[in-house]
Design a protein around this ligand. Structure first.
Ligand code: CA
Length: 219
């Protein structure tokens, strides 16, 4: 899952990006509203964490502009502006959630997880065959047995699980796994999928390669 973090306070941005990356998310950071607008127009983000006080374009202005252009990416506002009028304004401009600083990291991460479930079934656990994909603990398991996955294997699995029965292209996986500093090659994706397939086959879950196109998990 890929997150755009829009924050002009370098200290907050660096520490939050580090924590989110540590949890397995791909994170791009921008420190101004105009760059943020360009970023959401060009990259497929799964969520945006948005500060309001930003140089060049205020966070609320950014939000109004992307919503008016029908960009529906889930947005969590993270701000020091804590009056109820400001919360109402943020939500009415199209934010999906609103968190005020200082914030509890655990709560923020839980809210991000909830945000990323929008558009899926909203359930914290996704069942596939005899396996359970636990989006809270970020593990794949059978009963209580955890199937060990590397962060990248987990990230690929996450995309496939959310697209069961549909073709997932290598471009889509590459886009979801790459950030601005580190892009993932098609060869690397083949290797990740190969490893994943070996781990999943004993559990009866088939990960098909559609030659030249991408991958498919049957429902
Ligand atoms: Ca700010």
């Amino acid at each position: 899952m890929k997150i755009l973090l829009v924050e002009d306070d370098d200290l907050v941005a660096d520490s939050l990006a580090r924590v989110l990356r540590g949890s397995g998310y791909v994170v791009d950071c921008v420190n101004d509203g105009q760059y943020a607008e360009t970023a959401v127009k060009t990259e497929p983000y799964d969520a945006v964490i948005l500060d309001l006080g930003l140089p060049n374009m205020d966070g609320l202005e950014f939000l109004k502009r992307i919503r008016s252009k029908k960009i529906g990416v889930p947005v969590l506002i993270l701000t020091a502006r804590d009056s109820y009028e400001e919360r109402i304004a943020g939500l009415d401009c199209g934010a999906n959630d609103y968190v005020t600083k200082p914030f509890h990291l655990g709560e923020l991460e839980a809210r991000v997880r909830a945000l990323l479930r929008l558009g899926c079934s909203n359930a914290p656990n996704v069942e596939i065959g005899e396996l359970t994909f636990d989006t809270v603990r970020r593990v794949l398991k059978k009963g209580n047995e955890i199937i060990e996955l590397s962060p990248r294997e987990y990230a690929v699995m996450e995309i496939l699980i959310h697209n069961v029965g549909s073709l997932v292209t290598k471009q889509k996986i590459a886009g979801a796994l790459s950030d601005w500093e580190d892009s993932v090659s098609f060869n690397a994706i083949d290797i990740i999928v190969h490893r994943l397939r070996k781990k999943l086959e004993p559990f009866g879950l088939k990960l098909q390669t559609i030659r030249g196109l991408g991958f498919l998990v049957e429902p």
